[in-house]
Design a protein around this ligand. Structure first.
Ligand SMILES: Nc1nc2c(ncn2[C@@H]2O[C@H](COP(=O)(O)OP(=O)(O)O)[C@@H](O)[C@H]2O)c(=O)[nH]1
Ligand SMILES: [Mg+2]
Length: 310
């Protein structure tokens, strides 16, 4: 069973990844041990330097006595190829350290999306007592929002560029970021990019305003300052705000889990009713919008019944 040791952790991850029969039992068993780890989401476009940055941050966290688990979620295409091999080799410098655990996970959903498997693996690390869980995801619009649902601290990476070239300015990204990090500050225009980002943040009047930093991940320049500020953020969140964050995250991820299950049912179910709906939607006979609303109403009445009859 799952006792939190490295070996049983590796085994539990395999169980979760391969959907083996004792998966639910393990997930059930760890439920009461969740919410202790601090999850740091690192996101940004492919090639921006996420893995290099994470790699550079690990020794800083280790120097503070914190254990670090890395969950690297990449589109499946990167897993067979050189890119992920590169990740493994670069991150392998920490391989001997028992306070570091690096795991790559296939993104089975949409590009950069966080698969349910990835979420479960994060939970396993959390339950096993890992202090910091760094999750690398490819920024592709939706994934930044997804990462914000489970990460306590969101780091969005950007490389030097101007205006339209700056990918983190896409809708919603600035709003979820705690830190916007201009990586590759050894390249031209990094200062211009910084001020451009700062101006955009000031104009948005977001609830939380992201801090903008610049680093050179390949040399480690700026990394200690980034880690220091992340730790400050962690301390700030520990306490009332963090409890609220966890409650909020749970609510949002519950909503996503329900939505995903329904979507899955629609995509793959051979159920006659769903086939009928799909056929009528495709023929233009049925509008998905009122159908969805009717289904939600139905669902709520139904679950109300089952709650009250229990
Ligand atoms: N010039 C420069 N290159 C960097 C820096 N950080 C990462 N890179 C390079 O950018 C490429 C992509 O890095 P990687 O970490 O794999 O990006 P990821 O796809 O976001 O994980 C690699 O060739 C890195 O060596 C940096 O600070 N400066
Ligand atoms: Mg990477």
């Amino acid at each position: 069973m799952f006792d939190g040791t490295r070996k049983s952790l590796a085994r539990a991850i395999t169980v979760v990844e391969n959907n083996l029969s004792n998966k639910q039992k393990i997930l059930q068993a760890i439920r009461s041990n969740l919410g202790r780890a601090h999850v740091i989401g690192v996101t940004g476009p492919p090639g921006v330097g996420k893995s290099t940055l994470i790699d550079a941050c690990i020794p800083e966290f280790r120097a503070l006595g914190q254990s670090v688990a890395v969950v690297a979620v990449d589109p499946s295409s990167h897993f067979s190829g050189g890119a992920i091999l590169g990740d493994r080799i670069r991150m392998a410098q920490h391989a001997e350290d028992s306070g570091v655990f690096i795991r790559s996970v296939a993104a089975r959903g949409h590009l950069g999306g966080l698969s349910t498997t990835a979420r479960h693996i994060i939970d396993l690390f959390d339950a096993a007592g890992w202090d910091r869980i760094i999750v690398e995801t490819v920024g592709a619009g939706q994934s930044e929002i997804e990462i914000s649902e489970l990460a306590d601290t969101v780091v969005v990476l950007e490389s030097p560029g101007l205006g339209d070239e700056i990918q983190s300015l896409k809708a919603g990204v600035i709003e979820v970021a705690d830190f916007i990090v201009v990586n590759k500050a050894d390249l031209p225009q990094s200062d211009l990019t910084m001020s451009y980002l700062k101006n955009s943040i000031a104009l948005r009047h977001c609830e939380k305003s992201a801090r903008v930093l610049k680093v050179i991940s390949t040399t480690g320049e700026g990394i200690p300052e980034l880690v220091r500020q992340i730790c400050e953020n962690i301390e700030r969140l520990d306490g009332f705000e963090r409890t609220r964050t966890i409650a909020e995250q749970n609510r949002r991820s519950a909503a996503r889990i329900v939505a995903e299950s329904i979507e899955r049912a629609f995509r793959s179910s051979g159920h006659a009713k769903i086939q009928e709906f799909t056929r009528r939607i495709q023929s233009g006979e049925l509008d998905p919008d009122p159908l969805a609303q009717r289904m939600v109403r139905h669902l709520l009445e139904d679950s109300q019944d089952s709650v009250t009859t229990k």
